[in-house]
Design a protein around this ligand. Structure first.
Ligand code: NAD
Length: 353
């Protein structure tokens, strides 16, 4: 056995009602002028965060957009500087946290995340930025949240459809952590428990989105998935999600959900240990369980449903293998093109002839 276990510097406060402790958490970091960032749809929650923070809040910025467009990131950084912010609190999904990370990276202030989806971004030192249709990602310790406050009560309003796709995003983190080249005994345990918890809780959330126990269990699984994402190297699946997200402006979470069964089916023959762990965690053949779960819950199953066509698939396939992702089965551009065609939808070609 040979592995390198990385430190976990993020403080995690998990539990119903812990949103009320946000002021104490920011006080613990000795911050006095934090900017709260969120997406336009979560503005009311951003204002609630400002109320909880009281005098420690310098302002609320509700401009976050998916995939962190460069102009939105730069405007957010400029606003944080104008406010003389000494910290940033991101409240919402991965889009809000993405803008918070841009501010943390460019201004050097610490980030506190209050996630309300299952994206896992709150646990990682990974930033994203989209410019001219290309999404760049990288790792930088300045963007890793110092504190994450998980309050499942904030997630009961997340619509079932968004919850399902977001949970698909989390499952993708767990699956890729299982076959990552730098997986450790700890990350394997986390990833398997994450996959078990998510697949157990998601149908319960879909049946009753306001069920507090189901919401807590799903958020717990998503936390574990994000924790694995933070310390392992993601492979082909994440490469495809980023290439498609940036290149075709597809929704991040839905893209993960559509791609996951395809990438799992293509990869598991080359990753027997991950296949066995996933089969134990999911209680059956992983591909069949994932397909069944997403179909039962009405998740999108084709890229066409997300608005994709195959006009730029060759370019995107080349981009996805340049350089090759760290993956148990090294893909060629032709392999990726095949996967994309399969995921687009059986027999569907929507490109102009
Ligand atoms: P999102 O943040 O865009 O949220 C989806 C929608 O749900 C938004 O309209 C939002 O306002 C709404 N919403 C969020 N919480 C809600 C709630 N509790 N109730 C009702 N509505 C709510 O989507 P996402 O999937 O969470 O994040 C996607 C983004 O995160 C992408 O840009 C992706 O690249 C990024 N991401 C980054 C990492 C990383 O480690 N850097 C990891 C995963 C995802």
């Amino acid at each position: 056995m040979r592995f390198t276990e990385l430190p976990r510097p993020t403080r995690v406060a998990f539990g119903a009602g812990r949103f009320a402790e946000l002021g104490e958490e920011v006080g613990r970091l000795d911050r006095h002028r934090v900017v709260v960032v969120t997406t336009p749809g979560r503005r009311a929650l951003g204002e609630r965060a400002a109320d909880v923070l009281g005098e420690r809040c310098a302002g609320v910025l509700a401009d976050a957009v998916e995939h962190v467009p460069a102009e939105v990131a730069d405007a957010g950084v400029a606003r944080a500087r104008e406010l003389d912010a000494d910290g940033c609190v991101a409240v919402g999904g991965g889009s809000a946290i993405g803008l918070g990370k841009a501010i943390a990276r460019d201004t050097g202030v610490p980030l506190v995340a209050v996630p309300t989806t299952y994206s896992g971004s709150e646990m990682t030192p990974v930033w994203g930025r989209t410019e001219d249709g290309v999404k760049a990602t990288g790792r930088d310790e300045r963007v890793r949240p110092a504190v994450v406050v998980y309050d499942p009560e904030l997630t009961t309003s997340l619509p079932v459809g968004v919850s399902v796709n977001s949970a698909g995003n989390a499952l993708a983190h767990a699956v890729e952590a299982l076959w990552a080249p730098d997986a450790t005994p700890v990350t394997r345990l986390e990833a398997a428990e994450s996959a078990r918890a998510i697949t157990d809780a998601l149908p319960r959330v879909a049946a009753d989105p306001s069920d507090p126990a189901a919401r807590a269990d799903l958020l717990y699984g998503a936390w574990l998935a994000g924790a694995g994402l933070a310390v392992t190297t993601m492979g082909l699946h994440h490469r495809l999600a980023h290439v498609l997200g940036g290149g075709l402006d597809l929704p991040h979470a839905g893209t993960h959900t559509v791609l996951l069964p395809h990438v799992v089916a293509w990869t598991l023959p080359a990753a027997p240990d991950a296949a066995a762990a996933l089969e134990r965690a999911l209680g059956g053949d992983p591909v069949a369980v994932l397909r069944g779960l997403f179909a039962d819950l009405g998740a999108p199953t084709t890229l066409a449903e997300l608005g994709a066509d195959d006009a730029s698939f060759d370019v995107l396939a080349e981009r996805a293998v340049s350089p090759p992702p760290a993956h148990p089965r090294v893909p060629t551009a032709a392999d990726v093109r095949g996967l994309l065609d399969e995921a687009l939808g059986a027999g569907v070609s929507t490109a102009p002839s």
